[in-house]
Design a protein around this ligand. Structure first.
Ligand code: 3HC
Length: 311
């Protein structure tokens, strides 16, 4: 009976055990995992675009090779996460449809343009740095396939973050023009990177339940604070500054005081009215349409194979 199944589920969560695809789970648990994992996968796939934009214009062969490897990793992370979401009963086609019909969320951060090469450094250092802060705790998410996918993804994220830091360090120590380019990129990406962690805790409708189910291990504001604490010493080494004159450590509160985040901008981007939302979805839609013939050919080939095996 349901009550017994619910009790068993609650006991597994209580004991910090994994819930696996074949285990009974409350529908709401399944639903929120499909929501979060599919959005996470969409973020990885859309996230390929801002960086892909610079592969053909990288300043050296070394930088081009590194950027290609990173974008390829993002694609792999996306496919990994779509597979994890599929274990919950949603199909790949359904998730793809939701994305190209603008019915799916993906991380706000990918709706900003990348006007200079220094953005590749800022994205690696700030966006992948924020992703690491957010994804390391997700390695312990109660849903098995999600937590295990995170372990593999986090390993590659640290390479992504390091190469971004290195790009910024080289520019910062270069000509005055290069130094200025690096500083402008940090100024452009700092606040949107803080928004990646989600709305403030007292305006986060999913957090309480997500933490009770041990999907989310730390609150949005806790991880945001942890991320800022990571950036302060690193921006010193870079010889750059963070664009928040009010940022300072508050001893008695044991946390960083910072300027108000522009939540209007956040809500605008989430509503699809960010600088590059339409362009990102259009690009994904075009790629899907351009790839239709490959999917049809593969399906026809598989059908022929199956028919041959049947004789
Ligand atoms: N962008 C878009 N939507 C966001 C958002 C953001 N930065 N922050 C919050 N939201 C949405 C939530 O999805 C939720 O909407 P929904 O109920 O329709 O899904 C709403 O705003 C309220 O936010 P909550 O805090 O209540 O929602 P969550 O508990 O889901 O917390 C989250 C938001 C922290 C982003 C959480 O979903 C999460 O940890 N997701 C997985 C990690 C992820 O997606 N990271 C961003 C991608 S970066 C990346 O992967 C690429 C990297 O490799 C470079």
């Amino acid at each position: 009976p349901e009550a017994e199944l619910q009790a068993r589920f609650d006991a597994l969560i209580e004991a910090d055990q994994r819930i696996e695809p074949r285990d009974w789970m409350p529908e709401a648990y399944r639903k929120t995992l499909i929501r979060q994992i599919s959005q996470h996968a969409h973020s990885e796939i859309i996230g390929m675009q801002p960086e892909g934009n610079w592969i053909s214009r990288a300043p050296s062969l070394k930088r081009k090779a590194i950027l290609m490897a990173k974008v390829q990793d993002e694609a792999g992370h996306g496919l990994y996460l779509y597979s994890a979401a599929q274990t919950l009963g949603i199909s790949r086609d359904e998730m793809t449809e939701q994305l190209i019909e603008s019915r799916a969320r993906y991380s706000s951060i990918f709706n900003y343009p990348t006007p200079t090469w220094a953005d590749m450094g800022a994205i690696g250092w700030l966006v992948d740095g924020a992703a690491i802060c957010n994804q390391v705790p997700l390695c312990r998410a109660s849903y098995g396939p999600y937590g295990r996918a995170m372990v593999r993804i986090c390993k590659e994220e640290s390479f992504h973050q390091r190469q971004g830091f290195e790009i910024l360090l080289e520019l910062s120590q270069g000509t005055p023009e290069q130094h200025r380019m690096a500083q402008e990129a940090v100024d452009r990406w700092y606040w949107p990177a803080l928004m990646m962690f989600g709305p403030p805790d007292d305006e986060s409708p999913n957090s309480a339940q997500s933490m009770a189910w041990k999907i989310k291990r730390f609150s949005n504001d806790e991880l945001r604070q942890r991320f800022v604490g990571m950036l302060v010493p690193q921006v010193e080494v870079l010889g750059l500054t963070l664009p928040d004159p009010n940022l300072r450590w508050n001893e008695e509160r044991g946390e960083w005081d910072m300027s108000e985040i522009d939540w209007t901008e956040f809500n605008e981007v989430l509503a699809g009215r960010g600088p590059a939302n339409a362009q990102r979805i259009q690009h994904r839609r075009d790629a899907h349409e351009d790839g239709a013939w490959v999917r049809e050919a593969a399906a026809a080939y598989a059908e022929k194979q199956a028919a041959r095996d049947r004789v």
